[in-house]
Design a protein around this ligand. Structure first.
Ligand code: RRO
Length: 310
C-alpha cells in the first residue's frame, strides 16, 4: 500500500500531520512532529509579537473530544520564520506556517516578510480563531474575507491556503466558495477549525471546565467529525482545482479514510495528537494501511473524493 501524496509541488510520504495549535508552539514540539511518522509539519498560528494567551485552565479533554480557549499563545512570527529558515526541507517533510494576525494589517506585515524571505514553506492563513474575546471569526464575514484575501494575494505572490471555520448551511458553503474561487493563488483550504464557543459542563462540580470566556471554547475531536466531513465534502465539490485539507475528529485510520473519501488531499490531527502524543501518527497510518489493504486499495487516489450517495 502506497500512502504518498504529491500536491502543490510537495512530496509527502503520507497524508498525516499535526493540526495547527497542537504540538507546534516551540521548536522542541515542532521537532517532535518533524521526527515522528508525520508526513508534514505546521506551526502554531502566530502574531507579529509573542502572546501569552488566555488564563489557564484553557484546554480540557472529555470522552468525546476537547474544548479550548487558548487565546493564540505563540512565540511570535519571527520565531517561526527563523524555524522555517533553518528547516531541513530536503528531508522531504513539507513545512506549513500558520499566520493569525489580530488585524488584516498584521497578516499583511507577516506575509510581506515571508514573501521576501523566499522560503519553500507554505502559509496557512487562519481566518477562524474562535477564542479572542470581542473578536468575531473573520471566516463568518464573507465580504471581509473577500477584502482580506484581495490584499493578501496582492502582498503575497506565492501559493497559500486558509484555515476555515465550520459552516452549517449550504448557502454559506456556496457564498464562501464563490469568494475563495476568486483567488487563483489560494491553493488549499483547511476544513475545519474548532466549532466555536461550545460549553462543556462538569456536573460534579456544577462548573465550566475552562477559565476564559466563562467556559466557552472551541470544540474538537469526535464532537466535530460529521461537521468536518460535511465541510470537506462541500468544499471539495465547490472548489475545483483547489485542495481541501481535512481536520476534525480523526482518531484512527477509519476517520482518516472518511476524510479522504470525502475529498481531502491530506489530513491533520488535533485533539487525538494532543491526548496521545506523536505515536498517534504511526498508529493511525498503520490502521489506514490495513483498511486500504482490506479494501484492495493500493493508493489514496483509488478512493479520494469517491464518496457514494444514495
Ligand atoms: O489559540 C487558540 O485559542 C485557537 C486558535 Br488561534 C484557533 O484557530 N483555533 C482554536 O481552536 N484555538
Amino acid at each position: 500500500v502506497d500512502l504518498s501524496v504529491s500536491w502543490l509541488g510537495l512530496a509527502m510520504a503520507n497524508p498525516l500531520y499535526n493540526a495547527s495549535g497542537v504540538m507546534c508552539r516551540s521548536v522542541a514540539e515542532l521537532e517532535q512532529v518533524r521526527t515522528s511518522a508525520a508526513g508534514a509539519v505546521i506551526t502554531k498560528s502566530c502574531t507579529p509579537q509573542p502572546r501569552v494567551g488566555n488564563p489557564e485552565p484553557r484546554y480540557c479533554a472529555t470522552p468525546l473530544g476537547s474544548i479550548n480557549s487558548m487565546g493564540l499563545p505563540n512565540a511570535g512570527y519571527h520565531y517561526y520564520r527563523d524555524y522555517a529558515r533553518s528547516y531541513p526541507y530536503a528531508a522531504g517533510k513539507p513545512l506549513f506556517l500558520s499566520l493569525s494576525g489580530m488585524t488584516l494589517d498584521e497578516n499583511l506585515d507577516m506575509l510581506r516578510d515571508l514573501a521576501a524571505a523566499e522560503l519553500p514553506c507554505l502559509p496557512e492563513v487562519n481566518l477562524s480563531c474562535p477564542n479572542l474575546p470581542g473578536k468575531p471569526q473573520l471566516g463568518y464575514d464573507f465580504q471581509a474575507c473577500r477584502e482580506a484575501l484581495t490584499q493578501i494575494a496582492r502582498v503575497y505572490p506565492g501559493d497559500f491556503g486558509v484555515k476555515l471555520p465550520p459552516y452549517f448551511d449550504p448557502v454559506h458553503f456556496a457564498q464562501m466558495a464563490e469568494v475563495l474561487n476568486t483567488f487563483p493563488t489560494l491553493r488549499f483550504v483547511t476544513c475545519i477549525n474548532s466549532i466555536g464557543n461550545g460549553l462543556v459542563i462538569d456536573v460534579e462540580h456544577e462548573s465550566v471546565v475552562i477559565k476564559p470566556k466563562d467556559g466557552l471554547g472551541g470544540l474538537g475531536g469526535s464532537y466535530v467529525l460529521p461537521t468536518a466531513l460535511a465541510n470537506v465534502r462541500e468544499f471539495y465539490r465547490l472548489l475545483p482545482g483547489k485542495h481541501v485539507v481535512g481536520c476534525g475528529g480523526i482518531n484512527s485510520g477509519r476517520e482518516a479514510f472518511m476524510h479522504i473519501l470525502a475529498g481531502a488531499t491530506v489530513v491533520q490531527i488535533g485533539t487525538c495528537l494532543y491526548e496521545e502524543g506523536e505515536g498517534a501518527f504511526a498508529r493511525i497510518l498503520d490502521e489506514l494501511r490495513q483498511l486500504m489493504a482490506q479494501k484492495g486499495y493500493q493508493c489514496l487516489d483509488d478512493f479520494r473524493g469517491k464518496l457514494k450517495t444514495l
